[in-house]
Design a protein around this ligand. Structure first.
Ligand SMILES: Cc1ncc(COP(=O)(O)O)c(C=O)c1O
Length: 420
């Protein structure tokens, strides 16, 4: 169980909305810092160090990256823009993990220039990368195929486009060593939004076993092991957060067995989680602008999939609080919708809620990761602002709302250049 709390009440959020019109996402700095601290603390036993590389795709805002960097996190990138954002946020190259796939050469080049750790998604990328010269450090992403069950969001590993097979992993380390690569890492990511502690411990078991096999079969010592992202969050009130201490305890036991007892060189431990770090500490704040009663009862808010895509894309649940009606009885059943000409532009379907009136502030929880980041401009909808609720209670706009001028910026057409 988790209580769906908010870091503001109706008066505070209405005051904020007077200065920054809805819809906007607002992020709770204090809670994000605390989440980062407790993630790090859970793994403080790791003898060669621990680092979470925050997945920039989860929330590509440099203000947040900077905060996370202050809390000891690096970044995980998979595009040119994410590399540039990490650099701008002051993340040192060696703390940037470049976990990309189907990667253009310019992106490898940028990663190499920054001194980022390059994690190759395929064995053929070794030759591809040779065009710009192999870096001293390389990591490879493992796809266990039928050996590991996936989960609903990420799918089955054997159907996923990512990573190398086991045989290719052995070949890749042998080849890379021959070509002069000096430091090695190993990576996998086989889950997304997973809440089951055992899943992560089993993944660690699989990867540590592979690490031991690679060392034995190729003579390569592996300096770091990256368990990927995918630690889930309790979107629904009846779900519980992942017990990171329990994940850590399970991994520690395996680490002792595979590394310490076998006297292998102790690798540093990495994750590249985004969702668990910022997800629960962001809120999409909207206003109810219409109600409609046909075959179902609808509440229309002034947001859409441009602001939060997950419900439309995956049927994902995002908890809703109607401000000022937190304790009112949920007597109504609504579809809460946006304004796209797409019938899946629904934030909630058949949701039990208190009666909602026009002008009510409707807040969607858990939008701090894979929220605004996934938004798109279909139907000419503009993406929302991002606000930071700072530790002292003040509010900083960390990204302004898009304007029509932004939307038309790529068009050189009479009559559109003056629009704002
Ligand atoms: C390669 C990679 N790393 C990390 C992440 C972050 O996942 P999460 O934010 O769920 O932890 C993703 C998410 O899609 C990913 O594809």
């Amino acid at each position: 169980m988790n209580e769906k709390k908010l870091p503001f009440d109706e008066k505070i959020i209405r005051d904020i909305a007077r200065e920054y019109p809805t819809p906007f996402h607002i992020y709770d700095e204090k809670a994000i810092r605390e989440a980062a601290k407790s993630f790090n603390a859970a793994f403080d036993w790791a003898p060669s160090g621990f680092r979470n590389h925050y997945a920039v795709k989860a929330n590509p805002n440099p203000y947040l990256l900077k905060i996370l960097s202050e809390e000891g996190m690096g970044t995980d990138c998979s595009s040119m823009a994410e590399l540039i954002l990490s650099d701008a946020a002051g993340i040192p190259g060696e703390q940037i993990f470049f976990s990309s796939n189907n990667t253009p050469l310019q992106e490898f080049l940028k990663a190499k220039e920054l001194g980022a750790i390059i994690n190759l998604d395929d064995i053929t990328h070794l030759k591809y990368l040779e065009q710009i010269g192999l870096p001293e450090t390389l990591s490879f992403r493992y796809n266990p195929g039928p050996l590991k069950e996936g989960n609903d969001i990420i799918g089955k590993p054997e159907e996923a486009k990512y990573g190398l097979t086991r045989e290719q992993m052995i070949e890749a380390y042998t080849l890379a060593k021959k070509k002069g690569v000096k430091h090695f890492g190993i990576h996998t990511m086989v889950a997304s939004n997973e809440l089951n502690v055992d899943y992560f411990v089993e993944t660690a078991d699989m990867l540590l076993q592979l690490l031991a096999d690679i060392t034995e079969e190729t003579g390569v010592n592996i300096d770091f092991i990256n368990f990927g992202g995918g630690i889930g969050i309790p979107y629904r009130p009846e779900e519980s957060p992942v017990d990171l201490k329990a994940v850590s305890k399970g991994i520690k036991k395996l680490y002792t067995q595979y590394v310490v007892t076998a006297a292998l060189k102790p690798p540093a431990l990495y994750f590249e989680c985004g969702r668990v770090v910022t997800g629960p500490y962001g809120y999409l704040v909207t206003e109810a602008i219409h109600e409609k009663h046909i075959y179902r009862d609808y509440i229309g808010v002034n947001g859409s999939m441009a602001d939060l895509m997950r419900p439309g894309l995956y049927g994902a649940y995002h908890h809703i609080t109607v401000m000022g009606k937190e304790n009112a009885e949920a007597t109504e059943i609504y579809d809460v919708v946006g304004s796209l000409c797409e019938n899946n532009d629904k934030f909630a379907i058949n949701r039990k809620l208190p009666p909602i009136d026009r002008g009510d502030i409707v807040v969607f929880h858990d939008t701090g990761a894979h929220g605004r980041a996934m938004g798109f401009n279909y139907n000419g909808k503009l993406r929302p602002a991002e606000l930071l609720l700072k530790e002292d209670g003040s509010v900083q706009e960390i990204r302004r709302r898009e304007t029509l001028a932004d939307y038309f910026a790529t068009l050189d057409f009479p009559g559109l250049s003056q629009v704002n």
